[in-house]
Design a protein around this ligand. Structure first.
Ligand SMILES: [Zn+2]
Length: 238
């Protein structure tokens, strides 16, 4: 009785999940109350897969962080803007996706700085989050990321979509997320795309919502106004 409105929303969400076998007719995930947040991340875009991914996310009430490669942000700036318009957050995933731990500091610097520029030039704002390719990092990578004001984000749960994981396996991986955690997926993965409605249902059933990744803590948190949409020069202080 202390939180009747919230419990009512949860009950509705639970009924919606339990009462349907066809994912396309499920209630949107945002109808659920948020007892915690998880960070959905999609690496390696933007690409020709991005529009369908954005449609699936928005239709299921989910927001995600897109760790873009700089070379693709430069090639497909409109897709970066589409990510932002769809309510996604945009992070830095290097320019050409090398094994950064095997590169010189100058090369690491170039990979990170050119990506910052490409994403900003495309209209994606200046990223505050950085995911090194393959999750590989060392003191040089960390120092260069810090130089550009970037927080390094690896992941808590690996969907294994890059390794041929089935849609069922990806849904199950998302089901292991707990409050504050981050899951690795990829922009190009058809199985991850197919998993999105069920990921949304699973999160809603557990009272979890898709949040932003805090640059301060590296954990998934409630979206804030400063974190939404573009981070332009005007809100650099926020
Ligand atoms: Zn990658």
């Amino acid at each position: 009785m202390k939180a009747t409105p919230r419990l009512s929303l949860l009950a509705v969400a639970s009924l919606a999940v339990a009462g349907t076998l066809t994912v396309d007719t499920a209630a949107p995930a945002q109808a659920a109350a948020c007892n915690g947040y998880v960070g959905l991340t999609f690496d390696d875009g933007p690409s020709s897969s991005t529009p369908a991914l954005l449609n699936a996310l928005t239709q299921n009430g989910l927001r995600a962080t897109m760790f873009n490669q700089g070379q693709y942000a430069a090639a497909y700036p409109a897709r970066v803007r589409a990510q932002v318009s769809a309510g996604m957050w945009v992070g830095n995933h290097s320019y050409t996706h090398p094994h950064l731990t095997q590169q010189s500091q100058a090369t690491v610097d170039s990979e990170i700085s050119r990506t910052q520029q490409a994403i900003a030039a495309a209209g994606g704002g200046t990223p505050k989050l950085f995911r090194p390719p393959y999750g590989e990092t060392n003191s040089t990578v960390k120092a260069v990321a810090a130089k550009y004001g970037l927080t390094e984000i690896i992941w808590n749960v690996d969907s294994q979509d890059w390794n041929g994981a089935s849609t069922d396996a990806i849904v199950a991986a998302a089901g292991r997320l707990t409050n504050g955690q981050v899951i690795l997926m990829h922009d190009w993965s058809a199985n991850s795309l197919a998993a999105i409605p069920r990921i949304a249902q699973g999160l809603a059933a557990r009272g979890l919502c898709a949040g932003m990744i805090s640059p301060q803590t590296g954990r998934a948190v409630a979206p804030t106004a400063a974190g939404a949409h573009t981070r332009s020069a005007s809100d650099r202080l926020g």
